[in-house]
Design a protein around this ligand. Structure first.
Ligand code: NAD
Length: 292
């Protein structure tokens, strides 16, 4: 069940500091959006190199926003100074909200949530940017599942206005109120949705991308499919979109949502063959297209 929210009560808790876990495609985008909107941010990844990669992307995004006149150059620098970069969970302990954007694997996310649950005050809200995993199962790794919810951003974060706020059967109203309020402060549109494979958007979107991959596996041309979709009015073709999402990320989503389809799909295996060759899409320079 999806609810457009116009009357969610103002939260009693105020969020000032947001911790973001994972400095990859989504984590860097979320951290940039949060700092842009005036939150204090701490961004964590597992090593200095990955943190530096996220930092470079954030600085590029913020400075290009300044070049486009979205904010002044001094304001961009002030926002950048709001972001702390770290590899240590100790720097997250005073965050009011954690947004996790790490690898799409249930057991890894469960380990991280269990650790966060122990380290952070029980008042902090813990959110996952998972595309398709169960928030209830992620929350079950904690002692406070009422403060665990999904906060599903779309790529690229600075451009996409919709954010799904995912409520599991265990999520409390207080956490939902905090998240709806934060999404609004980010200048975005919150959509509260229930648990279910793919939530709302990916449940609609994936069958479309799945059919495109099926056609490629049957011999259709990548560019012909994408050109047709664009002429039809889509901003991007389905295969270009898969490259932007990342084929590895898409594979996990396809596995989860594939269970909804009555017919077995060739998509997970097809994507895996590309992944095995290091073709992860735009981020690795090659997917269905060459990006360099
Ligand atoms: P990514 O591979 O670009 O980045 C993930 C990052 O998390 C990596 O830098 C990795 O080193 C880091 N990481 C792994 N374990 C960590 C830990 N314990 N602590 C801190 N950092 C850790 O992945 P992504 O595309 O940004 O996806 C992240 C999440 O967002 C996934 O759950 C994915 O399903 C979801 N998502 C992705 C998209 C998309 O378009 N790519 C869209 C919506 C949601």
């Amino acid at each position: 069940r999806a609810t457009w929210v116009s009357n969610v009560q103002t939260p009693s808790q105020k969020v000032e500091k947001i911790a973001v876990l994972g400095a990859g495609t989504m984590g860097a985008g979320i951290a940039q959006a949060a700092a842009f909107s005036g939150f204090d941010v701490v961004l964590k990844d597992i090593n200095d190199e990955l943190v530096a990669g996220g930092r470079a992307r954030i600085e590029k995004l913020m400075r290009s926003a300044a070049k486009k006149g979205v904010l002044s150059a001094p304001a961009a620098e002030e926002r950048l100074a709001r972001i702390q970069y770290t590899t240590s969970i100790d720097d997250l302990t005073d965050a009011d909200l954690v947004i996790e954007a790490i690898v799409e694997k249930l057991n890894v996310k469960q380990d991280v949530f269990s650790e966060l649950d122990k380290q952070l005050s029980p008042r902090a809200v813990l959110a996952s940017n998972t595309s398709a995993l169960s928030i209830e199962q992620i929350g079950s790794a904690t002692k406070h599942p009422e403060r665990v919810a999904g906060l599903h951003f779309f790529n690229p974060v600075y451009k996409m206005p919709l954010v799904e706020v995912v409520r599991s059967p265990a999520t409390g109203d207080a956490a939902i109120r905090v998240l709806v309020d934060v999404v609004r402060q980010l200048g975005k549109v919150p959509l509260v949705v229930g648990e279910g494979p793919g939530f709302l958007v990916n449940r609609v979107l994936f069958p479309y991308m799945d059919e495109a991959v099926r056609m490629v596996s049957e011999g259709a041309e990548v560019t012909a499919i994408d050109r047709a979709a664009k002429k039809f009015g889509m901003p991007m073709g389905p295969l270009e979109l898969l490259d932007v999402v990342g084929l590895d990320v898409a594979r996990h989503v396809a596995d989860t949502i594939g269970s909804l389809s009555p017919e077995p799909s060739p998509t997970p295996e097809f994507l895996q063959r590309l992944i095995d060759q290091g073709h992860l899409g735009k981020k690795s320079g090659r997917g269905f297209y060459l990006w360099k």
